[in-house]
Ligand binder design. Structure first.
Ligand SMILES: [Zn+2]
Length: 79
């Protein structure tokens, strides 16, 4: 088995979203790719604007929304 790249498996540390929401960060957590644990401010910003439950709902309803949300909003908002 070969470990590829520098991607850390976040089993020990939940992503920024789960941390803030105090929920268990599953391996397939929808937030994890967008809100890594080492950038907690990202989710804090989104959380402030939308509210955590809305973000959670949005991300769960449509995975395509994630792309849209991520590229069009988050990048604009965070960069
Ligand atoms: Zn998570």
């Amino acid at each position: 088995m070969k470990e590829g790249g520098g991607r850390k498996q976040g089993a020990a540390s939940p992503c920024a979203a789960c941390k803030l929401l105090r929920r268990r960060c599953a391996q397939d957590c929808v937030f994890a790719p967008y809100f890594p644990a080492d950038e907690p401010q990202k989710f804090a910003n989104v959380h402030k604007v939308f509210g955590a439950s809305n973000v959670n709902k949005m991300l769960q309803v449509h995975s395509s929304f994630i792309l849209n949300f991520h590229s069009s909003f988050i990048l604009n908002f965070l960069l």
